[in-house]
Design a protein around this ligand. Sequence first.
Ligand code: PHE
Length: 436
Amino acid sequence: MEREEWKSKTGFILASIGSAVGLGNIWRFPYIMNKAGGSGFLIPYIICVLLLGIPIMILEFATGRKFKSSIIKSFEKMGSSKFIAIFPVLINFLTLCYYIVIVGWVLGFLIMTITNSSTEFSYFIKTLSPTFFTLMSILIITFTVFLGVEKGIERISKIFMPLFFIILIILLMISLSYPGSAEGIKKLFAPDFSKLKEAKTWLLAAGQALFSLSVGLGIMITYGSYLSKKENIPSSSVIVAFSDTLIALINGIIIFSIISTFNVEIEQGSRLAFDVLPKLFSRMESGFIVQLIFFLLLFIAGITSAISMNEVSISNLMDELNWDRKKSTIASFLLLTPISLIISLNYSGYLASHKNLLEIFDHLFGTLFLILSTAIVCFVLSWNWNTKQLLEEVDIKLEGISKRFDRFFENEIFINLLRYIIPTILITLFLAELGV
Ligand code: PHE
């Protein structure tokens, strides 16, 4: 079977941005930035994006393209044990299992807004609606990957991502017109450099940068495996990381403009998106339109990330078991659906309600093991590639932004960063998260 390829560079970049830009950019970044030093937080955050995020992304794209395989086969082809690669694939799958439940809530709120039947989150969540919308979201991502790389993922990214940028800018302009916007921006950016002295700030920045860029789970290996030799990997990675950061910042400005206009405190996660903001929207004059745009934004962000996670399961099944796309997609659907529906029903109080599965999954797979997985992926890849081969694949001699990075690559700073510094930072982060 010949490997599928992205039809265009734009398609590849948009799909990768779609993976990176997710719920994390919208409901987590503004909160963290505000709590961890305002514009001061941007220093550790940008350093982490540059020093951790982009190098790992380059490494992942290069690996996928070189071996024309997803993570398990790539590990095997480079001479490492393929069993190690099962860990990131598993963590990626388990992250998807709860992530898609939240995407389901977003879809539910989007549909309720359109049909003018909005209810409060506390009421919505107690019904079977969230579970129904989770199933709908699973069907959407299943159908997208079923259509393949070019006809499914690339096409949906080419429609959704430009739409995302347009409505983001519209929402930005609306929110800047609010009376509290100047105050909100001041509050978001108010620098508190004393936070830079706290190790916690740096750990937070590193964790958020990795989660936000979708690295460490083999997603970018899979996306890189469909990339043609013509494309420049470093410049693509810089574009993806830059867009991801810019979108997070714009979104921070939007959220802070809204909340300070109504004088409420910033929250993070589902409380911000499903409780605080909808209540504020209902108090606004044209709140309906703002609410519609907001949930559409959140939905595109979430669904494109979920699609990328789903594609990892499918491409690994295809590579490892020699199944075709159809069979792999069905297998992934059959595995994903029961687990996600259980998580959803559990959250709604129908199943084992004394435990909160979604929170457990988020903490274990979306935080703790994501960090460990990134450390493993970075370590295995950087030690198994020899510098020369890696640099050849990264193709640093090409024109473009990467030209300026020549020395950075040639002096082996890049490879040493990947071999020693990044895994050490990640293991420290992992231990800190464990509370050791
Ligand atoms: N990057 C996505 C976000 O910011 C989440 C994600 C994490 C997606 C890991 C894929 C893998 O929400």
